[in-house]
Design a protein around this ligand. Structure first.
Ligand code: PHE
Length: 352
């Protein structure tokens, strides 16, 4: 009896230790503990059976059992530590950064050159106290033409090659179009607010156009409008001169010449002196030898337009201007074909 109990303690210890060495997670370790050292565990049952032995044997085998118990407990503790350390090492391994690996390039997008130039232009005007508004690209004839002193049948309509929307109203007219310029926003804004008005309108415009190096059927404009009591042509000149210097450099000179737009009077176009040859090269590609580069149209808001929106044209005056960001970008960066802007060629776009 003594012998066989002693033997089963020894066997159980060996089996338990053999199993323990293979365990690699805390759940399994806990199950192992319950199996051998728990209240109904293997070793516990053997020790409970000791009561049937006589006193000497009990002492002998009891001591054996207690030693086995502490061995198992110690080994369990050791194994638990090993397992948790291995787990930590595993986590550290996953998180380790190899600083000698070459970096992975991250492909980033960028702003379209037109967006960049539009922002540069509007920033220059915002710095002078203008706010930014935007308007609809599908527009009514009413705002694109009528309100701007360009009635039905007026020859000035030929200045804009219009893309009409295929919608016919009850009177048999096509009153809707893709806006040919941002000027309709002049009328929309003034209709909705009283002076003082000082804002710029960046946006897309559309023309029925055969494309070539200097013509696109779709491009951008930035419209400007300032209306208040006592605004004069000197304000127009000062504002646009400052703008030209902001965009093309402090040394720029500007020139105004008479031009015709039905919604301004007087109307002008503004040129800057050629920043490429400064008027010294008769074969200059940028100014074509003239020394001047036209960059925008402008003028004093026509009293007709002021009255059409309900302003008192005796009390208020104002100036308006319209410029083309693509044209400005072409000048600034020496781009020779406007079609590059919207043909989505990454070799072009990545240069900005
Ligand atoms: N809207 C005009 C155009 O597209 C430009 C312009 C705007 C001229 C404002 C004068 C005043 O050609």
């Amino acid at each position: 009896m003594t012998q066989s109990t002693a033997q089963s303690i020894e066997d159980l210890t060996q089996t338990a230790l053999g199993e323990l060495a293979l365990l690699d997670n805390s759940d399994a370790l806990e199950q192992w503990r319950v199996r051998y050292l728990g209240r109904r565990g293997g070793l516990t049952s053997i020790l409970r059976g000791l009561s049937q032995l006589d006193i000497d044997q009990r002492r002998e085998v009891g001591a054996l059992g207690n030693r086995a118990k502490s061995t198992l407990e110690e080994e369990l503790e050791k194994r638990s530590q090993e397992v948790s350390q291995a787990r930590l090492a595993q986590v550290a391994d996953l998180e380790r950064i190899d600083v000698t690996l070459p970096g992975r390039p991250v492909a980033t997008g960028r702003l379209h050159p037109t967006t960049q130039v539009v922002r540069e232009i509007t920033d220059a005007f915002v710095a002078m106290g203008f706010s930014i508004v935007e308007g609809p690209e599908v527009e009514w004839d009413h705002y694109n033409f009528e309100m701007l002193n360009i009635p039905q049948g007026h020859p000035a309509r030929d200045m804009w090659n219009t893309l009409w929307v295929d919608y016919v109203n009850e009177e048999g007219q096509r009153p809707m179009l893709l806006r040919t310029h941002t000027s309709p926003m002049q009328a929309r804004v003034m209709e909705s607010m009283q002076p003082p008005v000082r804002l710029v309108v960046p946006g897309k415009v559309y023309r029925y156009e055969a494309t070539d190096a200097t013509h696109e059927w779709h491009f951008h404009q930035v419209e400007g409008l300032a209306v208040d009591e006592g605004i004069t042509f000197a304000d127009l000149k000062g504002t646009l001169y400052e703008f030209a210097r902001q965009i093309f450099g402090a040394r720029r000179q500007v020139r105004f010449r008479c031009d015709y737009f039905p919604f301004v009077e007087p109307g002008v176009d503004m040129s800057i002196d050629c920043f490429s040859c400064e008027g010294t090269d008769s074969s200059c590609r940028i100014c074509r030898g003239s020394g001047w580069i036209e960059i925008l149209g402008a003028g004093m808001v026509h009293p007709y337009v002021l009255r059409a929106v309900g302003y008192d044209s005796e009390k208020y005056t104002g100036f308006a201007f319209g410029l083309g960001p693509e044209r400005i970008a072409m000048l600034k960066y020496g781009i020779d074909d406007i079609r590059h802007f919207y043909s989505n060629d990454l070799r072009f776009l990545r240069q900005f």
